[in-house]
Design a protein around this ligand. Structure first.
Ligand SMILES: Cc1cc2nc3c(=O)[nH]c(=O)nc-3n(C[C@H](O)[C@H](O)[C@H](O)COP(=O)(O)O)c2cc1C
Length: 388
């Protein structure tokens, strides 16, 4: 077992073990990948205040997200095709999250179905919804999430059409992979992944296949998204979906103050400041750079979460200190899953937890819920002077 001390260690192993098509799917942003890069590099611009001679005993990272107790305010983000990074990936990630005491969010575009994850875990998880044109399918999947006991609906607003990721097109991304000669050559070096896949029946979109009507090639994410996702989604439809769901609602993909204000008017329980990990609108500002203005506008009216670019516990601390009540990790746990399954997801959570706890102590703080801007050194022009 290699010594894993950082998320980057897991990323290197993920790259070695997972088929190129799926590693590339995770490790890419849209078009020039500027937003994808800046999501992480903007975190580096914020520095920390070293404090000394402060009692740092009895520290705690415990908090709450939408009223739910969490061991640290870090949830696993919804990630499509997780079960292609490693066999039964969603079940493994959900189990790791459950044992660690953090929320797991299942994507609409998962390989393991809602029912499958519910059967293989004990605690309620969160379900992420992409709104489809087929209203019956949407009603049905909401009912399925309720029946499975999901404790929050995460409604994603920033992907009604798919941002272009060049690598996915060049690799011919499908689930399961289409066996072309380059793919077969690549798969022949991924024996561990192949053995896992041979041992499972879960190899295509579990929430879709057998539930959606009139679908063409479900294996191909790009064509399925273009055909099925509802491009007309607007605030009126969001209000109706909120009523249909009737439980806790988290709106994901907010990156603008005006949209955050609309989310408040709708009565969302939380919003996620996010640019989908730099996978949608390339050229948008990083989520961490947008966070302060959104907190200033609506932070006292709605619970504000964020994601996009978190690769360490220090990044978590920075987002919390800027006012986020919780954060989500996407790639950071996917690297762990692709590297070593459930154990790898646990490892990614342990790495982040340890970094968060130690950083908090060295900043002179003991309680994650009391972090504020006082622990940060923020460049004066961090938010920038951008004009609409
Ligand atoms: C491979 C991959 C697939 C994703 N699939 C979904 C999805 O199905 N639904 C969704 O709402 N967000 C999806 N996202 C976005 C994540 O939920 C999250 O916003 C993003 O990963 C955060 O950025 P990070 O990876 O830098 O942590 C996906 C992200 C990645 C990397």
């Amino acid at each position: 077992m290699p010594v894993i001390t950082t998320i980057d260690d897991l990323k290197r192993i993920h790259k070695r073990r997972a088929p190129k098509m799926f590693y590339d799917y995770a490790e890419s942003g849209s078009w020039t990948e500027q937003t994808f890069r800046e999501n992480t590099s903007d975190f580096d611009q914020i520095r920390l205040r070293q404090r000394v001679a402060v009692d740092m005993s009895d520290r705690t990272t415990k908090s709450q997200m939408i009223g739910q107790d969490v061991a640290m305010p870090v949830a696993l983000a919804p990630v499509g095709l997780t079960g292609m990074q490693c066999a039964d990936g969603e079940i493994k990630a959900a189990r790791a999250a459950e044992k660690f005491g953090v929320p797991f969010t299942l994507s609409t575009m998962s390989i393991c179905s809602i029912e499958d994850v519910a059967e293989n875990t004990k605690n309620p998880f969160w379900f992420q919804l992409y709104v489809m044109r087929d209203e019956e399918f949407v009603d049905n999947i909401i009912a399925r999430a309720k029946n499975a006991g999901c404790s929050a609906l995460v409604l994603t607003l920033d992907l009604q059409i798919l941002g272009q990721r060049h690598k996915d097109l060049k690799n011919g991304l499908t689930a399961p992979p289409k066996l072309t000669i380059p793919t077969m050559v690549n798969l022949s070096t991924k024996w561990r992944w192949g053995l896992g896949m041979l041992g499972t029946k879960r190899r295509t979109f579990g929430n879709i296949v057998g539930h959606a009507k009139n679908v063409g090639d479900t294996r191909k994410l790009s064509s399925w998204t273009a055909e099925q996702f509802e491009p007309k989604l607007d605030w009126g439809m969001i209000a109706k979906l909120k009523e249909k769901w009737g439980g806790k609602l988290i709106l994901k993909g907010i990156l603008d103050v005006e949209d955050a204000q609309k989310a408040v008017q709708i009565g969302a329980d939380a919003i996620i400041v996010s640019n989908h990990g730099g996978r949608q609108l390339d050229g948008a500002l990083s989520a961490i750079r947008m966070l302060p203005s959104i907190i200033a506008a609506v932070g006292d009216q709605v619970e504000v979460h964020m994601d996009s670019g978190i690769r360490s516990g220090q990044d978590v601390l920075k987002a919390l200190a800027l006012g986020a009540k919780g954060v989500y990790i996407g790639r950071s746990y996917i690297y762990g899953l692709g590297a070593m399954g459930e154990l790898g997801v646990t490892k990614s959570l342990e790495v982040i937890h340890k970094e968060l706890d130690l950083t908090m102590a060295l900043c002179g703080r003991r309680d994650v819920t009391t972090l504020d801007r006082e622990v940060l050194l923020i460049p004066q022009d961090f938010e920038g002077k951008w004009q609409p």
